[in-house]
Design a protein around this ligand. Sequence first.
Ligand SMILES: [Zn+2]
Length: 152
Amino acid sequence: MGVDFHQLEDGREFWLGGVLVPHYRGATGHSDADVLLHAICDAMLGAANLGDIGVHFPDTDAAYKGIDSKILLKKTAALIAERRYRVVNIDSCLCLQAPRIKPFIPQMQQAIASCLGISTEEISIKATTTERMGFVGREEGVVAYATVLLEK
Ligand SMILES: [Zn+2]
């Protein structure tokens, strides 16, 4: 399982699941701050007992500044492949108040599928608001959870 959090700021690009989502705010971070791809990377690394995303792609390393998280996802796939693992399927959930994510889910599935070399049918992406409660409800931040099944 993996979880990730990012703050939201006005005028930033909002990358989610490898897709640029039009919105007046976007996530901040050292990379492109794609909270969903980061949660999926963390879940893959965790299932292979390879630590977490911060161990492999530290935010103190200039090499990862502004990096497209699809590159991190591909690198993560290579790391688990070294241990002879592959992804069977993914379930995930995005928590954000706005915008509506449903129309972008097919594109996100496509982006993730092409990074991992699996079918879009094996990639579940769900989304929920927090009914305006808490930091997600106030649009101060975004959260993603992911669960990944690996096979050796
Ligand atoms: Zn992140």
